[in-house]
Write a protein that binds this ligand. Structure first.
Ligand code: AMP
Length: 171
């Protein structure tokens, strides 16, 4: 989507040398672009049986909670370790830059839930794959994964072969 892409700022060598960081703050600053991005993220899933949107800390919260609002379903936060106060399931994974863990509250989802996973960007796919595994640990089903940006050259899709992937901007 050219209109959205015009509002993504590229920051070379952030947070480490060699990383081309895709900054979504110019996009979310523009009300029309924020609305366009959220509408485009959810349009394939309107009228489907999705029961919840899960979003990853931190930028996944921005798009994920708006997507949940628009779809009229629950929002489930996937958070960095030690942030969620109740009983959690936890998973470690590799990042494009470093390693990380994500946690989900034990009672966030249940069998029968169909979840749309939302994040700002898929790079190597490690974060999304770990998120899908956390959702499945709670016996819920990943209905699809939606991203504003996909870095095609990092082949994150290969880690998510069994899922339906929807991305708006490709690099
Ligand atoms: P990955 O697990 O490699 O797919 O990385 C995806 C996560 O890291 C997402 O939550 C992104 O917000 C963040 N991320 C990774 N690479 C970039 C990048 N080049 N620009 C902006 N965010 C990134």
């Amino acid at each position: 989507m050219r209109r959205l892409e015009a509002h993504i700022r590229n920051i070379p060598d952030f947070p480490k040398p060699g990383i081309q960081f895709k900054d979504i703050t110019p996009l979310v600053k523009e009300p029309a672009m924020l609305r366009l991005a959220v509408n485009q993220l959810i349009y394939p899933f309107l009228g489907t049986d999705i029961t919840a949107v899960a979003g990853m800390e931190a930028r996944g919260f921005i798009f994920g909670s708006l997507a949940a609002w628009e779809l009229g379903v629950s929002f489930v936060p996937l958070r960095k370790p030690g942030k969620l106060p109740y009983d959690v399931q936890s998973l470690s994974y590799d990042l494009e830059y470093g390693t990380a863990s994500l946690e989900i509250h034990d009672d966030a989802l249940k069998q029968g839930d169909r979840v749309l996973l939302v994040d700002d960007l898929i790079a190597t796919g490690g974060t999304a794959a770990a998120s899908c595994a956390l959702i499945e640990k709670l016996d819920a089903e990943v209905a699809a994964c939606a991203f504003v940006i996909e870095l095609d050259f990092l082949k994150g899709r290969d880690k998510l072969e069994k899922y339906n992937i929807h991305s708006l901007i490709h690099y």
